[in-house]
Design a protein around this ligand. Structure first.
Ligand code: ASP
Length: 444
């Protein structure tokens, strides 16, 4: 129990999840239960996610500007930046390879009857959501190869801050501003540094306040997901082997993070998971690493002890570009689809193409629910998969995508937190944790 006599936050969130699962199931059985959830329960979850998204940009801006400007020397920042990017690429390549190995070994695509394929096609291939995903994927094609660099540089910082999908542009601006602050005289830099320092502190306090409602919000989010789960049980069963393959891969990734934490950060991995548990649970409930970001930052800075110079850079960048769970899922899903619909098999060079495109596609995927599926289209096209069959391909995995999205988002968030901790340790910026309660400074 915590000092306020309450159970630790992660237990309360977990209780909310279990009750949400039960509540959602009960509501599904009651006539009008679905409409009731839509009208009265889901909004609680939506408001909670909005609150978190609302503070994401001020938090990134404040912690990054403060972090960079405190460095005194630009080469220290270069060191953190280069290490972060290299480890991100390394863990993502590892995740894709694990995905590929599991799908090649377990071969979940074999033994799916043609009748099931036809059923899935009838049920989902015309689905509007699915068609939108395909056309969104096509927007990513026919762009210059260096488009990702262009996309990082804002042409208007106010516009960038008004759109959560442009987080990388805000990061770019914040780093630039931080570097500028290092290069001007201290007495002129001080007021702005103090302002961002204060903003950082107050936004972290807002995270504490928002998290007070997390157990209720998680109840609403999970109940909403359960009530909206459609599809017949038989189809779900036939996709179980595929889901199992993704889950095995994700579990292996979790084990790898544990090893990395033990070896490189010299911390007990179970202690580490306990510190970041609220962020993981929230990632699961919201399926969005962007919405979870403020909580990830609060947990990693205050409860793990990562200096904000490191957390402020590594975590926002990770939320947008480092998605180990998504890239692993893309590798499994792409090969699964080919096993079912394209029996000629995948040669070595095709497997390499999967590794490369899944890596790039996960970098390009937005940190929101279902984004991984959009980028899957790009992986399939790179393998020469016919565009005419794309709706059928996505129809195969659509029924079970949401639960897998919830799980892969947990891995995405855990991966970011792991890398932040390792990088902090490697540059001597992993300190004693200093957990704060929302009412620490409230006079009794
Ligand atoms: N939902 C994932 C995330 O936000 C992205 C995805 O795989 O769809 O991290």
């Amino acid at each position: 129990m915590s000092k306020k006599g309450k159970r630790p936050l992660h237990w309360r969130i977990m209780a909310g999840m279990v009750l949400g699962l039960i509540g959602g199931y009960v509501l599904l059985q009651i006539p009008g239960g679905k409409a009731f959830t839509y009208d009265w329960i889901s909004p609680v979850g939506i408001i909670f996610v909005r609150l978190l998204k609302m503070i994401a940009i001020p938090l990134i801006l404040a912690s990054l500007v403060k972090g960079v400007s405190d460095l005194h020397d630009i080469s220290a920042f270069k060191r953190i930046g280069v290490r972060t990017i290299l480890i991100y690429i390394g863990t993502t390549a590892l995740a894709v390879s694990i995905g590929l190995a599991s799908v090649n070994l377990l071969r979940p695509g074999e033994g799916i009857p043609q009748e099931t394929v036809r059923k899935l096609e009838n049920q989902y291939a015309g689905n509007k959501k699915l068609r939108t995903k395909i056309s969104k994927a096509h927007e990513h094609k026919h762009r210059p190869k260096l488009q990702f660099l262009i996309d990082m540089v804002p042409d208007n910082i106010v516009k960038a801050m008004s759109n959560n999908t442009l987080m990388l542009q805000v990061i770019f601006f914040a780093i630039f501003l931080g570097i500028g602050l290092i290069l001007i005289p201290e007495h002129q830099a001080r007021p702005l540094k103090d302002l961002f320092d204060s903003l950082n502190e107050v936004v972290l306090k807002m995270v504490d306040l928002i998290m007070l409602t997390a157990p209720y919000a998680v109840f609403a989010l999970i109940a909403g997901v359960v009530v909206n789960t459609s599809g017949d049980v038989e189809i779900m069963w036939s996709l179980l082997r595929y889901a199992f393959t993704v889950i095995i891969g994700l579990a292996l990734m979790l084990a790898i993070y544990m090893i990395l934490i033990a070896v490189f950060a010299k911390k007990n991995p179970f202690w580490f998971f306990k510190q970041i548990a609220p962020a993981q649970l929230l990632a699961f409930s919201s399926s969005s690493s962007a919405a979870t970001l403020p909580v990830t930052m609060e947990r990693v800075e205050e409860h793990v002890g990562v200096d904000k110079q490191v957390a402020g850079f590594v975590l926002p960048v990770g939320a947008t570009v480092n998605m180990d769970g998504t890239s692993l899922y893309q590798a499994v899903a792409a090969v699964f689809i080919l096993q079912v619909l394209w029996p000629q098999g995948l040669g070595f060079s095709n497997q390499m193409t999967v590794i490369l495109t899944a890596l790039l596609a996960s970098i390009g995927a937005a940190a929101v629910p279902g984004a991984g599926m959009i980028m899957l289209v790009i992986v399939l096209e790179a393998l020469g998969f016919p565009a005419s069959k794309m709706p059928l391909a996505l129809a195969l995995i659509f029924a079970i995508d949401r639960p897998l999205d919830m799980l892969r988002t947990v891995i995405n968030v855990t991966g970011d937190a792991t890398v932040a901790t390792i990088v902090a340790k490697s540059v001597g910026k992993l300190h004693e944790p200093y957990p704060k309660e929302w009412d620490d400074y409230l006079k009794p």
